[in-house]
Design a protein around this ligand. Structure first.
Ligand code: C2E
Ligand code: MG
Ligand code: MG
Ligand code: MG
Length: 278
């Protein structure tokens, strides 16, 4: 009996591994094809000043317009793309598109007058040896300024290799990019490293903000205090009501994004928001 169970579970384990491997392979092929067929689109979610409600920038978020499956959200393919490694190819496409979108925005607006466009960076990609060089070449190729972009990295990404991460952040900051820590509060605590990390912004994860309770309030206030102490901008994600926005104003949180102001939108819609109203 015992033997049978053991063999049964081994069998199950192997089967599930190969299913996963097959899925990854399929996704890899699909993503290659989707890049070639131009099925990915970048959306932009405005970021605003809490005090003035002015749009200060946007976060670029990918969408997959699948010809048969319809709209696919990033949570359904980014984690798998990271597991298979295809994320690197995909992010090369993403960064390239964001640069050309930013260039267009700047031309249409008669100059780039946002603080930044925020770019999500996968840990897998960030830890790659040529990441820094690649980004430098990319902005030169597109004739855009590194100052236009804020690179979003995650705590867990930084923690995987703190020394390497700090070195890369420093090089890219010297070059002109700015940095934020995404999903702050959800990963390993990087509190002890925060003082060594030359980042500019902390993003409070939406899970603390969306349906805020008393515990969340304590966390949000603690993060705002940390931001003030370390002289970092604090951005709250997932602001869905004016009540929460008022609260953020009371505690001096700096910036925010969320459905209360804007959902992620296509580039031309974002541009339309920025056009001076006559
Ligand atoms: P994230 O970087 O934390 O992005 C914020 C997510 O919160 C976005 O989901 C955004 O649409 C959503 N959000 C913003 N405001 C609100 C709100 O008020 N309420 C609610 N319920 N949600 C809000 P999205 O676009 O589905 O992206 C999910 C995650 O996928 C992102 O989380 C990010 O980790 C990843 N992702 C998206 N685009 C990219 C990309 O281009 N590259 C990489 N590596 N990852 C990406
Ligand atoms: Mg900035
Ligand atoms: Mg993000
Ligand atoms: Mg986030």
């Amino acid at each position: 009996e015992a033997k049978k169970t053991t063999r049964g579970s081994t069998q199950f384990y192997q089967d599930s591994m190969s299913v996963q491997a097959r899925e990854e392979l399929m996704l890899e092929n699909d993503i290659h094809k989707a890049i070639k067929n131009d099925e990915f689109v970048m959306y932009y979610q405005p970021q605003l000043n809490v005090e003035t409600n002015e749009i200060i920038g946007a976060e670029a978020l990918i969408r997959w317009m699948h010809p048969e499956k319809g709209l696919i959200m990033p949570d359904a393919f980014i984690p798998l793309a990271e597991e298979s490694g295809i994320i690197i190819k995909l992010e090369e496409w993403i960064f390239d598109r964001i640069c050309s979108d930013a260039k267009k925005l700047s031309e249409d607006m008669g100059g780039f007058n946002l603080h930044h466009i925020a770019i999500n960076v996968s840990t897998i990609h960030f830890l790659e040896p040529h990441f820094v060089e690649k980004l430098m070449l990319l902005v030169k190729k597109h004739k855009v300024r590194p100052e236009w972009f804020e690179l979003e990295i995650t705590e867990s990404g930084i923690m995987r290799n703190v020394e390497d991460a700090i070195q890369k952040i420093k090089e890219l900051k010297d070059f002109g990019f700015t940095f934020s820590i995404d999903d702050f509060g959800t990963g390993y605590s990087s509190l002890s490293h925060l003082k060594e990390l030359p980042v500019d912004v902390i993003k409070i994860d939406q899970s603390f903000v969306r349906n805020m309770n008393e515990n969340d309030e304590m966390i949000i206030e603690a993060v705002v205090a940390i931001g003030q102490k370390f002289d970092l901008e604090v951005l709250a994600e997932g602001v869905e009501s004016d009540k929460i926005l008022e609260y953020l104003k009371d505690i001096n949180c700096n910036t925010y994004q969320g459905y209360f102001a804007h959902t992620p939108i296509a580039l031309d819609e974002f541009e339309a928001l920025l056009k001076p109203k006559k």
